[in-house]
Design a protein around this ligand. Structure first.
Ligand code: PMP
Length: 383
Protein backbone atom coordinates (compact mmCIF):
# COMPACT_ATOMS: atom_id res chain seq x y z
CA UNK A 1 0.00 0.00 0.00
CA UNK A 2 1.37 3.41 -0.92
CA UNK A 3 2.07 5.80 1.94
CA UNK A 4 0.59 9.29 1.97
CA UNK A 5 2.31 12.18 0.20
CA UNK A 6 2.78 14.04 3.48
CA UNK A 7 4.55 11.04 5.05
CA UNK A 8 6.77 10.70 1.99
CA UNK A 9 8.11 14.17 2.71
CA UNK A 10 9.21 13.22 6.26
CA UNK A 11 12.81 11.95 6.27
CA UNK A 12 13.54 8.79 8.25
CA UNK A 13 14.88 9.57 11.70
CA UNK A 14 18.66 9.77 11.72
CA UNK A 15 18.58 9.76 15.53
CA UNK A 16 16.85 6.36 15.59
CA UNK A 17 19.58 5.01 13.29
CA UNK A 18 22.40 6.39 15.40
CA UNK A 19 20.74 5.14 18.59
CA UNK A 20 20.62 1.64 17.10
CA UNK A 21 24.36 1.85 16.34
CA UNK A 22 25.00 3.27 19.81
CA UNK A 23 23.50 0.20 21.50
CA UNK A 24 26.86 -1.56 20.86
CA UNK A 25 28.36 -2.02 24.35
CA UNK A 26 31.70 -0.57 23.24
CA UNK A 27 30.05 2.71 22.33
CA UNK A 28 29.33 5.44 24.91
CA UNK A 29 26.14 7.10 23.81
CA UNK A 30 25.64 10.82 24.29
CA UNK A 31 23.21 10.69 21.37
CA UNK A 32 19.84 10.02 22.99
CA UNK A 33 17.70 12.24 25.16
CA UNK A 34 17.06 9.66 27.84
CA UNK A 35 16.74 10.28 31.56
CA UNK A 36 18.72 7.87 33.75
CA UNK A 37 16.58 4.86 34.72
CA UNK A 38 17.93 4.98 38.23
CA UNK A 39 16.07 8.29 38.75
CA UNK A 40 12.67 6.71 38.07
CA UNK A 41 10.70 7.12 41.32
CA UNK A 42 9.28 3.59 41.32
CA UNK A 43 9.37 3.36 45.13
CA UNK A 44 7.23 6.51 45.39
CA UNK A 45 4.68 4.93 43.06
CA UNK A 46 4.49 1.62 44.94
CA UNK A 47 1.76 2.70 47.43
CA UNK A 48 -0.50 3.84 44.57
CA UNK A 49 0.29 0.69 42.60
CA UNK A 50 -1.04 -1.35 45.53
CA UNK A 51 -4.16 0.86 45.80
CA UNK A 52 -4.96 0.43 42.10
CA UNK A 53 -6.00 -3.17 42.71
CA UNK A 54 -8.97 -1.79 44.70
CA UNK A 55 -9.90 0.83 42.09
CA UNK A 56 -11.70 -0.99 39.23
CA UNK A 57 -13.06 2.36 38.00
CA UNK A 58 -9.65 3.41 36.73
CA UNK A 59 -9.56 0.34 34.47
CA UNK A 60 -12.79 1.50 32.77
CA UNK A 61 -12.91 3.81 29.73
CA UNK A 62 -12.25 7.34 30.97
CA UNK A 63 -12.81 10.98 30.03
CA UNK A 64 -10.86 12.23 27.00
CA UNK A 65 -9.64 15.34 28.83
CA UNK A 66 -8.09 13.18 31.55
CA UNK A 67 -8.62 11.50 34.92
CA UNK A 68 -10.79 13.90 36.98
CA UNK A 69 -8.75 13.85 40.22
CA UNK A 70 -5.53 14.50 38.26
CA UNK A 71 -7.14 17.35 36.30
CA UNK A 72 -8.37 18.91 39.58
CA UNK A 73 -4.95 18.54 41.15
CA UNK A 74 -3.12 20.10 38.20
CA UNK A 75 -5.66 22.92 37.84
CA UNK A 76 -4.77 23.96 41.40
CA UNK A 77 -1.05 23.25 41.12
CA UNK A 78 -0.73 25.23 37.87
CA UNK A 79 -2.92 28.02 39.35
CA UNK A 80 -5.03 28.11 36.23
CA UNK A 81 -7.49 31.00 35.96
CA UNK A 82 -11.20 30.24 35.60
CA UNK A 83 -11.14 30.78 31.83
CA UNK A 84 -8.34 28.23 31.31
CA UNK A 85 -8.27 24.45 31.33
CA UNK A 86 -5.83 21.58 31.29
CA UNK A 87 -6.04 18.28 29.45
CA UNK A 88 -3.89 15.18 29.83
CA UNK A 89 -2.04 13.91 26.78
CA UNK A 90 -0.11 10.75 25.93
CA UNK A 91 3.23 12.51 26.43
CA UNK A 92 3.74 16.11 25.39
CA UNK A 93 4.51 14.73 21.93
CA UNK A 94 0.81 13.96 21.56
CA UNK A 95 -0.02 17.49 22.70
CA UNK A 96 2.03 18.80 19.76
CA UNK A 97 0.32 16.42 17.37
CA UNK A 98 -3.15 17.43 18.57
CA UNK A 99 -2.30 21.13 18.22
CA UNK A 100 -1.00 20.61 14.68
CA UNK A 101 -4.04 18.61 13.62
CA UNK A 102 -6.56 20.91 15.32
CA UNK A 103 -5.17 24.17 14.01
CA UNK A 104 -2.96 23.77 10.92
CA UNK A 105 -4.18 23.66 7.33
CA UNK A 106 -1.67 22.75 4.61
CA UNK A 107 0.45 25.82 3.87
CA UNK A 108 -0.23 27.61 7.18
CA UNK A 109 2.96 29.18 8.47
CA UNK A 110 4.49 27.85 11.68
CA UNK A 111 7.56 29.68 12.99
CA UNK A 112 10.28 27.76 14.81
CA UNK A 113 13.76 28.52 15.98
CA UNK A 114 16.60 26.96 13.98
CA UNK A 115 17.80 24.57 15.25
CA UNK A 116 14.63 23.07 16.70
CA UNK A 117 13.10 19.97 18.27
CA UNK A 118 13.01 17.19 15.72
CA UNK A 119 9.68 15.76 16.94
CA UNK A 120 7.98 19.12 16.41
CA UNK A 121 9.39 19.39 12.90
CA UNK A 122 7.93 15.95 12.13
CA UNK A 123 4.50 16.79 13.55
CA UNK A 124 4.19 20.11 11.71
CA UNK A 125 5.64 18.52 8.57
CA UNK A 126 2.96 15.81 8.59
CA UNK A 127 0.15 18.39 8.51
CA UNK A 128 2.02 20.16 5.70
CA UNK A 129 2.69 23.37 7.59
CA UNK A 130 4.96 25.88 5.93
CA UNK A 131 7.80 25.93 8.49
CA UNK A 132 9.65 29.25 8.63
CA UNK A 133 12.68 29.55 10.89
CA UNK A 134 14.32 32.31 12.91
CA UNK A 135 17.85 32.04 14.22
CA UNK A 136 18.62 31.55 17.88
CA UNK A 137 21.21 33.31 20.01
CA UNK A 138 22.35 32.88 23.63
CA UNK A 139 19.19 34.42 25.09
CA UNK A 140 16.58 33.01 22.70
CA UNK A 141 15.32 33.80 19.20
CA UNK A 142 16.71 36.80 17.31
CA UNK A 143 13.98 39.33 18.11
CA UNK A 144 14.41 41.56 15.04
CA UNK A 145 14.29 38.54 12.77
CA UNK A 146 11.24 37.27 14.63
CA UNK A 147 9.33 40.52 14.22
CA UNK A 148 10.27 40.70 10.54
CA UNK A 149 9.08 37.14 10.14
CA UNK A 150 5.75 37.90 11.87
CA UNK A 151 5.30 40.94 9.58
CA UNK A 152 6.19 39.16 6.37
CA UNK A 153 4.59 35.74 6.84
CA UNK A 154 1.55 36.34 9.12
CA UNK A 155 2.18 33.00 10.85
CA UNK A 156 -0.50 31.09 12.69
CA UNK A 157 1.80 30.02 15.50
CA UNK A 158 5.28 30.29 16.92
CA UNK A 159 6.51 27.00 18.42
CA UNK A 160 9.44 27.19 20.85
CA UNK A 161 11.21 25.54 23.81
CA UNK A 162 12.21 28.49 26.02
CA UNK A 163 13.59 26.42 28.92
CA UNK A 164 16.73 24.38 28.15
CA UNK A 165 16.10 23.98 24.48
CA UNK A 166 16.50 20.71 22.66
CA UNK A 167 19.09 20.60 21.09
CA UNK A 168 21.01 23.74 22.20
CA UNK A 169 20.25 23.95 25.94
CA UNK A 170 19.52 27.70 25.57
CA UNK A 171 17.25 29.21 28.23
CA UNK A 172 15.51 32.43 27.17
CA UNK A 173 16.21 35.58 29.19
CA UNK A 174 13.38 37.36 30.99
CA UNK A 175 13.51 40.28 28.54
CA UNK A 176 13.24 37.90 25.59
CA UNK A 177 10.24 36.15 27.17
CA UNK A 178 8.44 39.46 27.63
CA UNK A 179 9.35 40.68 24.17
CA UNK A 180 8.23 37.49 22.40
CA UNK A 181 4.93 37.51 24.30
CA UNK A 182 4.34 41.14 23.31
CA UNK A 183 5.08 40.35 19.66
CA UNK A 184 2.71 37.37 19.70
CA UNK A 185 -0.07 39.57 21.10
CA UNK A 186 0.65 42.42 18.65
CA UNK A 187 0.78 40.21 15.54
CA UNK A 188 -1.92 37.76 16.72
CA UNK A 189 0.37 34.74 16.58
CA UNK A 190 -0.40 31.86 18.96
CA UNK A 191 2.61 30.99 21.11
CA UNK A 192 3.10 27.24 21.54
CA UNK A 193 5.34 26.83 24.57
CA UNK A 194 6.92 23.41 24.92
CA UNK A 195 8.44 23.01 28.40
CA UNK A 196 9.53 19.40 29.01
CA UNK A 197 12.90 20.37 30.53
CA UNK A 198 11.77 23.27 32.71
CA UNK A 199 11.86 21.32 35.98
CA UNK A 200 15.44 20.20 35.30
CA UNK A 201 17.01 23.53 36.32
CA UNK A 202 20.07 23.01 38.52
CA UNK A 203 21.45 26.57 38.58
CA UNK A 204 19.65 29.89 39.23
CA UNK A 205 15.99 30.78 39.69
CA UNK A 206 13.14 29.69 37.42
CA UNK A 207 11.94 32.43 35.07
CA UNK A 208 8.24 32.92 34.31
CA UNK A 209 6.76 30.97 31.42
CA UNK A 210 6.46 33.02 28.23
CA UNK A 211 2.77 32.08 28.42
CA UNK A 212 2.52 33.99 31.71
CA UNK A 213 2.95 37.16 29.63
CA UNK A 214 0.43 36.16 26.94
CA UNK A 215 -2.00 33.81 28.73
CA UNK A 216 -4.79 34.30 26.19
CA UNK A 217 -2.59 33.86 23.13
CA UNK A 218 -0.70 30.71 24.05
CA UNK A 219 -0.84 26.99 24.68
CA UNK A 220 1.57 25.47 27.19
CA UNK A 221 2.79 21.87 26.95
CA UNK A 222 4.30 20.11 29.95
CA UNK A 223 5.73 16.65 30.17
CA UNK A 224 5.98 14.16 33.01
CA UNK A 225 8.64 12.18 31.14
CA UNK A 226 11.63 13.86 32.75
CA UNK A 227 10.25 14.24 36.28
CA UNK A 228 8.44 10.89 36.58
CA UNK A 229 9.34 8.58 33.68
CA UNK A 230 8.89 8.60 29.90
CA UNK A 231 7.28 5.15 29.87
CA UNK A 232 4.20 6.51 31.66
CA UNK A 233 3.61 8.51 28.44
CA UNK A 234 1.92 11.43 30.15
CA UNK A 235 1.94 15.16 29.49
CA UNK A 236 -0.43 18.08 30.04
CA UNK A 237 -1.60 20.86 27.76
CA UNK A 238 -3.11 24.04 29.20
CA UNK A 239 -4.46 27.31 27.88
CA UNK A 240 -7.65 29.24 27.32
CA UNK A 241 -10.55 26.73 27.38
CA UNK A 242 -11.59 27.63 23.84
CA UNK A 243 -8.06 26.70 22.67
CA UNK A 244 -8.16 23.37 24.53
CA UNK A 245 -11.67 22.19 23.49
CA UNK A 246 -10.65 21.48 19.84
CA UNK A 247 -7.71 19.42 21.11
CA UNK A 248 -10.09 17.23 23.11
CA UNK A 249 -12.08 16.63 19.93
CA UNK A 250 -8.95 15.53 18.02
CA UNK A 251 -7.80 13.33 20.89
CA UNK A 252 -11.13 11.45 20.83
CA UNK A 253 -10.20 10.26 17.35
CA UNK A 254 -6.57 9.62 18.28
CA UNK A 255 -6.74 7.40 21.38
CA UNK A 256 -10.02 8.17 23.25
CA UNK A 257 -7.97 9.00 26.36
CA UNK A 258 -4.56 8.47 27.93
CA UNK A 259 -4.17 5.42 30.17
CA UNK A 260 -6.21 6.05 33.36
CA UNK A 261 -4.23 3.69 35.64
CA UNK A 262 -1.05 5.54 34.59
CA UNK A 263 -2.72 8.89 35.34
CA UNK A 264 -3.75 7.62 38.79
CA UNK A 265 -0.18 6.46 39.35
CA UNK A 266 1.16 9.87 38.34
CA UNK A 267 -1.27 11.63 40.69
CA UNK A 268 -0.10 9.45 43.60
CA UNK A 269 3.49 10.30 42.75
CA UNK A 270 2.94 14.06 42.50
CA UNK A 271 1.12 14.01 45.86
CA UNK A 272 3.76 11.89 47.61
CA UNK A 273 5.48 13.81 50.41
CA UNK A 274 8.88 12.74 49.09
CA UNK A 275 8.27 13.97 45.53
CA UNK A 276 10.11 17.29 46.13
CA UNK A 277 13.09 15.31 47.45
CA UNK A 278 13.00 13.11 44.34
CA UNK A 279 13.16 16.27 42.19
CA UNK A 280 16.12 17.56 44.19
CA UNK A 281 17.91 14.25 43.68
CA UNK A 282 17.40 14.30 39.91
CA UNK A 283 18.64 17.89 39.63
CA UNK A 284 21.68 17.18 41.74
CA UNK A 285 22.61 14.02 39.78
CA UNK A 286 22.27 15.82 36.45
CA UNK A 287 24.18 18.85 37.71
CA UNK A 288 27.11 16.64 38.72
CA UNK A 289 27.09 14.90 35.34
CA UNK A 290 26.84 18.19 33.50
CA UNK A 291 29.79 19.61 35.43
CA UNK A 292 31.90 16.53 34.67
CA UNK A 293 31.04 16.73 30.97
CA UNK A 294 31.47 20.47 30.69
CA UNK A 295 34.78 20.74 32.49
CA UNK A 296 36.18 17.83 30.45
CA UNK A 297 35.03 19.60 27.28
CA UNK A 298 36.63 22.86 28.36
CA UNK A 299 39.92 21.10 28.97
CA UNK A 300 40.01 18.86 25.93
CA UNK A 301 38.11 20.43 23.04
CA UNK A 302 40.24 21.82 20.22
CA UNK A 303 40.47 25.63 20.39
CA UNK A 304 38.19 26.24 17.42
CA UNK A 305 35.27 24.38 19.08
CA UNK A 306 32.94 25.93 21.68
CA UNK A 307 30.83 24.11 24.26
CA UNK A 308 27.92 26.24 25.51
CA UNK A 309 27.28 26.27 29.26
CA UNK A 310 23.73 25.51 30.49
CA UNK A 311 21.76 25.99 33.72
CA UNK A 312 19.70 22.84 33.35
CA UNK A 313 18.08 20.41 30.94
CA UNK A 314 19.79 17.46 29.32
CA UNK A 315 22.01 18.73 26.52
CA UNK A 316 25.22 20.60 25.73
CA UNK A 317 25.69 22.08 22.25
CA UNK A 318 29.20 22.10 20.85
CA UNK A 319 29.82 24.49 17.97
CA UNK A 320 32.46 23.52 15.43
CA UNK A 321 34.25 25.17 12.54
CA UNK A 322 32.51 24.45 9.21
CA UNK A 323 32.75 20.71 8.45
CA UNK A 324 30.70 17.68 7.36
CA UNK A 325 29.12 16.87 10.72
CA UNK A 326 27.56 13.60 9.47
CA UNK A 327 31.01 12.30 8.44
CA UNK A 328 32.35 13.53 11.77
CA UNK A 329 29.61 11.70 13.73
CA UNK A 330 30.48 8.53 11.81
CA UNK A 331 34.17 8.87 12.69
CA UNK A 332 33.26 9.51 16.32
CA UNK A 333 31.06 6.41 16.35
CA UNK A 334 34.01 4.39 15.06
CA UNK A 335 36.00 5.95 17.96
CA UNK A 336 33.34 4.65 20.38
CA UNK A 337 31.23 7.74 21.10
CA UNK A 338 27.79 8.49 19.67
CA UNK A 339 26.61 12.09 19.24
CA UNK A 340 24.01 13.81 17.06
CA UNK A 341 25.13 16.16 14.25
CA UNK A 342 23.40 19.53 13.95
CA UNK A 343 21.70 19.28 10.49
CA UNK A 344 19.24 16.77 11.98
CA UNK A 345 17.73 19.65 13.98
CA UNK A 346 17.21 22.06 11.11
CA UNK A 347 14.08 22.14 8.94
CA UNK A 348 16.48 23.06 6.12
CA UNK A 349 19.49 20.84 6.97
CA UNK A 350 21.76 22.58 4.42
CA UNK A 351 21.44 25.78 6.47
CA UNK A 352 22.81 24.13 9.62
CA UNK A 353 25.80 25.62 11.40
CA UNK A 354 28.25 22.84 12.27
CA UNK A 355 27.62 21.60 15.81
CA UNK A 356 27.01 18.47 17.87
CA UNK A 357 24.40 17.73 20.54
CA UNK A 358 25.71 15.91 23.59
CA UNK A 359 23.43 14.41 26.23
CA UNK A 360 24.73 14.21 29.80
CA UNK A 361 21.89 12.57 31.74
CA UNK A 362 22.25 8.91 30.84
CA UNK A 363 25.96 8.14 31.23
CA UNK A 364 27.97 7.79 34.43
CA UNK A 365 30.60 10.37 35.31
CA UNK A 366 33.37 7.94 34.32
CA UNK A 367 31.69 7.25 30.98
CA UNK A 368 31.30 10.99 30.36
CA UNK A 369 35.02 11.57 30.97
CA UNK A 370 35.94 8.74 28.63
CA UNK A 371 33.42 9.97 26.02
CA UNK A 372 35.03 13.42 25.97
CA UNK A 373 38.53 11.89 25.47
CA UNK A 374 37.21 9.91 22.49
CA UNK A 375 35.36 12.98 21.20
CA UNK A 376 38.45 15.20 21.45
CA UNK A 377 40.57 12.57 19.75
CA UNK A 378 38.09 12.27 16.88
CA UNK A 379 37.77 16.06 16.52
CA UNK A 380 41.54 16.44 16.37
CA UNK A 381 41.63 13.86 13.56
CA UNK A 382 38.92 15.50 11.48
CA UNK A 383 38.91 19.27 12.09
N1 PMP B 1 9.27 18.40 23.33
C1 PMP B 1 10.61 18.38 23.36
C2 PMP B 1 11.37 19.64 23.17
C3 PMP B 1 11.28 17.17 23.58
O1 PMP B 1 12.63 17.16 23.60
C4 PMP B 1 10.53 15.98 23.75
C5 PMP B 1 11.20 14.64 23.91
N2 PMP B 1 12.00 14.58 24.98
C6 PMP B 1 9.13 16.07 23.73
C7 PMP B 1 8.54 17.29 23.50
C8 PMP B 1 8.26 14.86 23.90
O2 PMP B 1 8.27 14.41 25.23
P1 PMP B 1 7.20 13.42 25.83
O3 PMP B 1 6.25 13.03 24.76
O4 PMP B 1 7.97 12.27 26.37
O5 PMP B 1 6.50 14.18 26.92
Amino acid sequence: MEISDSLKRIPSSYIREILAAASDKNVISLAGGLPDEKTFPIDLMTPTLAELSCMPNVFQYGATAGYGPLIDYLTTRFQLPESHSVMITTGSQQGLDLIARAYINPGDVVVMEAPSYLGAMQVFGLVQANIVTVSQNESGPDLDELEQCFKTHSPKMFYAVPDFHNPTGVCWSLATRQHVAALCIEYKVAFIEDAPYRELRFTGEALPFVSDFCPNDSILLRSFSKIASPGLRLGAVSGKSEFIAPLIKVKQGADLHSSVPMQALLLGLLQHEDFPLHMENIRSLYQTRYQVLFSALEKQLPENCTAHAVDGGMFVWVELPPCDTFALAKTLLANGVAVVPSPVFYPQPDQARAALRLNFTNATEEALEEAVSRLAQGLNQVI
